[in-house]
Design a protein around this ligand. Structure first.
Ligand code: SAM
Ligand code: DTB
Ligand code: SF4
Length: 331
């Protein structure tokens, strides 16, 4: 199937992909993947929680929400020096992008100033920068862009229809508004969702359709598998069939052919064969390093070994040509 960049996907078309026999779906997704990407190269990002816990939102999946008792202690914003020390480590380990996450509903202007300084410092190390800080006003998005922020992560999480079952303290439209502020400021958008929250295949189809029908596709589309944390509302949920997770990756690849699709949270719960099928289906980015924000992620050495066995090479930043130009790494 020849891929075209579309923003007018119909619900029936997306559901049709989900309903295809697994091999047919993966064949189509992999073919599209090869039209736009080196199928053996994966971009790697490292996450750091710069402000942990005590969040005012009630996201049913999140260990950092103050609504749940999960054992995550609320902490203050990290110092710039500590953040830069972590960024140096991430760079040395081979990450090309450093993503700073904060458990805020929306940052205060003072928070933005502090994070802007961190962004300048991370950028100066030659890393791509990403932040996820909650809802942003138009002005705040502009300030972050001016400080050198390349990507802003803000997930839609699920379909509009299912959203009210997961979060009651903000609306779907709030999320869409922040995404347009990020776009207007000229930053790259990182936007995806979570599967395995008890949603139906139709909800998964609608989430991906909403992402693909945005005025521009997000450059980066994280597909998270719910990490079940004790104390959160979604703890004890029936785990999603791994094949359904792979299907979601494949459909994301088909609907957004040129976007980086990130196999995000949940890799600790997946075997390497499942991850390999995700890479085949079109995933070409991961979070690297033993921690996501508050929950574990596979050890870097384990991922390195998996990449070696699969013949996958991490994409490295070509610092001579700026962040737009990624080149093949050497190991
Ligand atoms: N507070 C900001 C926000 O919500 O936009 C930024 C940080 S928040 C932790 C970033 C994203 O992490 C959420 O949108 C959600 O998609 C993901 N996330 C949080 N907890 C998760 C979990 N238990 N399993 C999978 N993904 C999770
Ligand atoms: C995204 O889509 N997934 C990341 C990142 N963006 C910020 C976060 C995953 C968090 C998993 C739960 C935790 O570690 O607290
Ligand atoms: Fe807060 Fe973000 Fe967690 Fe929701 S996902 S509770 S907004 S940190």
């Amino acid at each position: 199937m020849q891929s075209t960049i579309r923003h007018d996907w119909r619900k029936s078309e997306v559901l049709h992909f989900f309903d295809l026999p697994f091999n047919d779906l993966l064949f189509i997704a992999h073919g599209i993947h090869r039209q736009h990407f080196d199928p053996n190269a994966v971009q790697i990002s490292t996450l750091l929680s710069i402000k942990t816990g005590g969040c005012a939102e009630d996201c049913a999946y999140c260990p950092q929400s103050a609504s749940f008792d999960t054992g995550v202690k609320a902490q203050k914003l990290m110092s710039k020096d500590d953040v830069l020390a972590e960024a140096r480590k991430a760079k040395a380990a081979g990450a090309s992008r450093f993503c700073m996450g904060a458990a805020w509903r929306s940052p205060k202007d003072k928070d933005i100033e502090n994070v802007a300084e961190m962004i300048e410092g991370v950028k100066a190390l030659g890393l791509e920068t990403c932040a996820t800080l909650g809802m942003l006003s138009r002005e705040q998005a502009g300030r972050l862009k001016d400080s050198g922020l390349d990507y802003y992560n803000h997930n839609l999480d699920t379909s509009q229809e299912y959203y009210g079952n997961i979060i009651t303290t903000r609306t779907y439209q709030d999320r869409l508004d922040t995404l347009s502020h990020v776009r207007e400021a000229g930053m790259h958008v990182c936007c995806g969702g979570i599967v395995g929250m008890g949603e139906s295949p139709e909800d998964r189809a609608e989430l991906l359709r909403t992402l693909a029908n945005l005025p521009e596709h997000p450059e980066s589309v994280p597909i998270n598998l719910l990490v079940q944390v004790e104390g959160t509302k979604l703890h004890g949920m029936k785990p999603l069939d791994a094949f359904d997770f792979i299907r979601a990756i494949a459909v994301a690849r088909i609907l957004m052919p040129k976007s980086y699709v990130r196999l995000s949270a949940g890799r600790e719960e997946m075997n390497e064969q499942t991850q390999a099928l995700c890479f085949f289906a079109g995933a070409n980015s991961i979070f690297y390093g033993e921690k996501l924000l508050t929950t574990p992620n596979p050890e870097a050495d384990k991922d390195k070994a998996m990449f070696g066995r699969l013949g996958i090479t991490p994409l490295e930043l070509d610092t001579h040509h700026g962040h737009e130009s990624l080149v093949m790494g050497h190991g």
